[in-house]
Design a protein around this ligand. Structure first.
Ligand code: SF4
Ligand code: SF4
Length: 448
């Protein structure tokens, strides 16, 4: 129902700073097509977030139920962890899931097949900013767009004034269709989580930023806003043209508000907080039910997958169980956690699905290229596509010569690791990998 207060979609905003056009190959999932994985066991790592690893709050052989706290930390930058299935704690052991040499404690739970919810969960009662931040922490929510930063920490902004909450619905990586699904079928959770965040944190405006290849989602959200125009008066929708990596936090802010995050600063320093739309949907669900983050919608796709689909997966489910569940045409030659541009190639299918995991892409040889790097031909294509206006070829030259301080001075820490330079490079130089190596030499893998 449209009223005098009816809003329109703003845009499409076509501010492009580099970037590449990709074939998105996304599935269009319907609610009835979302399958639910019911594993026999889960292996839940106690380090799924940026910050301090949690410590177990349960013991081996203890009975646990869905949503029950199983690990927590007293450190500020951390996020509690909850049982994703009901059953018995079989083991609590340190494992090196990523072959990184640094072990993470894993709680293994054997299912009792009942998925019994924990009886002490209650719908949050919120009367103050402190209540809200405490409940956000209790929800176990972290940035679900891939960053894994604890949401309660992100929303603790006493030092600066933030006026705009941006719901990031760009989802610009190929294949991944999780945010799109949440925006098409969980509008109320997303919008109500935005309203609660704006109210308790003191943010006056909300903007939902969506790429123009997800117009069904944008129109459904707009319809919901226009159905209750008074309630959602401070929330607007901005459409952006789809050029990868439009979903990167700094680019979303620029497209939605025209503001630029200066080098070395954070979004809050220019008055913005960005939350992924799936994170908001999960926050809305928590505020409505009291059930913390225990499962995750994951897009399972790629040429090796028989039946590409979104699957609702208890956190800690094994990727091998998930791939068996969706069915494989053949043994995959490459399995990635995350999308093909920024995802991580998995060394073991016994790794678990973690909170911020939004896709498993299983590919056959014909879908990806393993080519040898050749000499740079100085074509400057990598410079043209870099959305952060860096000179990837010069940065990589400095890193190869171990001139890390020079690379830092030239903006290495401003690289968002999007891989656009890799994608475009005719010499097949793995520029993004070199840049990641350079950042790790600086002892900092994050983009600033
Ligand atoms: S240098 Fe970094 S930010 Fe620029 S295109 Fe390459 S990976 Fe993306
Ligand atoms: S795109 Fe590749 S070949 Fe061209 S300048 Fe950059 S690194 Fe060199």
């Amino acid at each position: 129902m449209k009223t005098k207060l009816s809003k329109e979609l703003a845009g499409p905003v076509k501010i492009n700073r580099g970037g590449v056009r990709l074939n998105h190959q996304k599935i269009n999932t319907l609610p009835e097509k979302v399958a639910i994985l019911s594993p026999n066991k889960v292996r839940i790592p106690l380090q799924m977030h940026l910050g301090a690893e949690c410590k177990p709050t349960v013991k081996v052989r203890e009975q646990v139920k869905v949503g029950q706290l199983i690990a927590d930390s007293e450190e500020l930058i951390s996020s509690p962890i909850h049982a994703s299935i009901s059953g018995i704690v079989k083991s609590i052991q340190i494992a090196d899931e990523n072959n990184s040499g640094s072990g993470t404690t894993i709680i293994e739970i054997e299912s009792d097949g009942k998925m019994t919810p924990y009886e002490n969960l209650t719908v949050p009662q919120i009367n103050s900013k402190e209540d809200f931040l405490r409940e956000v922490r209790k929800s176990g929510l972290v940035g679900l767009g891939g960053a894994g930063f604890p949401t309660s920490v992100k929303l603790t902004i006493d030092d600066v004034k933030v006026d705009t909450l941006i719901a990031n619905g760009a989802e610009c990586e190929p294949y991944i269709a999780v945010d799109d699904y949440k925006m098409r079928f969980y509008q109320e959770d997303i919008l109500d989580a935005m309203l609660a965040t704006m109210k308790w944190i003191g943010i006056s405006h909300g903007i939902i930023a969506i790429e123009d290849n997800k117009m069904e989602a944008a129109n459904l959200l707009l319809e919901k806003i226009n159905h209750e125009p008074q309630k959602y008066a401070d929330i607007n929708i901005v459409i952006m043209n789809s050029v990868y990596p439009k979903g990167a936090e700094k680019l979303v802010i620029y497209n939605a508000t025209g503001r630029t995050v200066p080098r070395g600063k954070l979004p809050k320093d220019i008055g913005c907080i960005v939350m992924n739309t799936t994170s908001l949907a999960e926050l809305g669900k928590y505020l409505r039910t009291g059930m913390p983050l225990v499962d995750k919608l994951v897009t399972v796709d790629g040429s090796a997958v028989s039946n590409p689909q979104n699957v609702n997966v208890p956190i800690g489910s094994l990727i091998s169980d998930l791939l068996t569940f969706v069915g494989l045409k053949d043994r995959p030659d490459l399995v990635m956690m995350g999308g093909p541009m920024m995802g991580i190639a998995l060394s073991s299918l016994e790794n678990p699905v973690v909170k911020q995991n939004n896709a498993i892409i299983a590919m056959l040889k014909n879908e990806f290229q393993l080519t040898n790097e050749s000499a740079c031909i100085r074509c400057a294509k990598c410079v043209d596509v870099c959305p952060m206006r860096l000179q990837p070829t010069n940065l990589v030259r400095a890193i190869k010569k171990n001139q890390i301080d020079k690379a830092k001075d030239d903006g290495l820490l401003n690289c968002i690791g999007c891989g656009s330079c890799d994608y475009i490079c005719p010499a097949k130089i793995p520029l993004a990998q070199y840049l990641l190596l350079g950042k790790s030499k600086l002892g900092n893998n994050s983009s600033i």
